[in-house]
Design a protein around this ligand. Structure first.
Ligand SMILES: *[C@@H]1O[C@H](CO)[C@@H](O)[C@H](O)[C@H]1NC(C)=O
Ligand SMILES: *[C@@H]1O[C@H](CO)[C@@H](O)[C@H](O)[C@H]1NC(C)=O
Ligand SMILES: *[C@@H]1O[C@H](CO)[C@@H](O)[C@H](O)[C@H]1NC(C)=O
Ligand SMILES: *[C@@H]1O[C@H](CO)[C@@H](O)[C@H](O)[C@H]1NC(C)=O
Length: 260
């Protein structure tokens, strides 16, 4: 065998080894694993879907599919194309699923590496620091179990990334990113099955940290002032109504008193 042939057979081996298709599925959903090539069972042949060493479904030539006990009401085998449908998958359903035909020898007709993942949790973007002229903003993007901070330097419209730090814990398989896009800070938490994000405009981020207390104070002052005005009007009205007869008396008195 020459070196070229050796290389060729190596790459063939490599190709065969990497034909396991990775599949990512969200917890609680269904997945369908296809068998791409048609399966024809001759007399005495059988077909099966396995995960690891566990049989999910078996089918003998001319027979009906047998679903294993752990998969009854959860697994379905397509009679036409032998694809496997697994419903309401849980994380323990992760594994290597293999469809094979048992004839004179065992032939694998489909193979998938299935990973069942929970969707990622939500994210929240908060301001840690905002320079007085809004040109330097440090934001923190946090999730349930992780956080990341980033500093951006902004010159009017354009902002650039200056640096930051990333906290340790992050759910395996998930990624957390903070970046700028069209003047907005975006925090993106994602894995292979889902993503969540929080978007805020740079000026809003800085605005909220400085303007909000003022706005709240203004609103409170406005409410208090209007309450006082309303109370004063009502009070004045009631007072006026109560005092009316007395006033009349007084006036009478005055009238009587005047001539004295
Ligand atoms: C069925 O599922 C249970 C619990 O997940 C497991 O312990 C058991 O080994 C499974 N049985 C078979 C035959 O796969
Ligand atoms: C196999 O059959 C199922 C349902 O019977 C269908 O959803 C799926 O698309 C089919 N796959 C192929 C590759 O034809
Ligand atoms: C920022 O924009 C203002 C007008 O919007 C302009 O007057 C000023 O020169 C700009 N500053 C810089 C550093 O580009
Ligand atoms: C989040 O980031 C991931 C990886 O960087 C990317 O694939 C995905 O499209 C992003 N999601 C959103 C909603 O931007």
């Amino acid at each position: 065998m020459g070196p070229l042939e050796l290389l060729f057979s190596f790459s063939l081996l490599h190709l065969c080894a990497t034909q396991v298709t990775p599949v990512f599925v969200q917890t609680g959903t269904d997945f369908l694993l296809d068998v791409k090539e048609p399966v024809v069972l001759e007399e005495a042949d059988s077909f099966k879907w396995t995960v690891g060493s566990v049989n999910v479904v078996r089918l003998v030539h001319g027979g009906k599919p047998t679903i294993s006990q752990n998969y009854t009401s959860r697994a379905e085998l397509s009679a036409q194309n032998h694809s496997l449908l697994l419903k309401n998958v849980q994380k323990r359903d992760s594994g290597v699923y293999r469809a094979s035909v048992s004839a004179d020898k065992e032939i694998t007709v489909a193979e998938y590496s299935v990973t069942v993942l929970d969707p990622v949790s939500g994210v929240k973007l908060t301001v840690k620091l905002c320079s007085s002229d809004s040109t330097k903003v440090t934001v923190i993007c946090s999730t349930e179990d992780s956080l990341i901070s980033n500093t951006f330097t902004c010159d009017n419209q354009t902002c650039s990334h200056e640096g930051g730090e990333r906290a340790e814990i992050i759910t395996p398989g998930a990624s957390l990113d903070v970046y700028l896009e069209h003047g907005s800070v975006i925090c993106n938490h994602s894995n292979q099955v889902s993503s969540t994000r929080d978007i805020q405009k740079i000026e809003d981020l800085c605005g909220t940290s400085k303007d909000n207390p003022d706005k709240i104070t203004l609103i409170v002052v406005a409410i208090v002032v209007s309450l006082v005005v309303v109370l004063a009007v009502i009070g004045g009205f009631i007072h006026h109504r109560r005092r009316k007869p007395k006033k009349a008396e007084n006036m009478e008195n005055t009238v009587y008193e005047d001539p004295q």
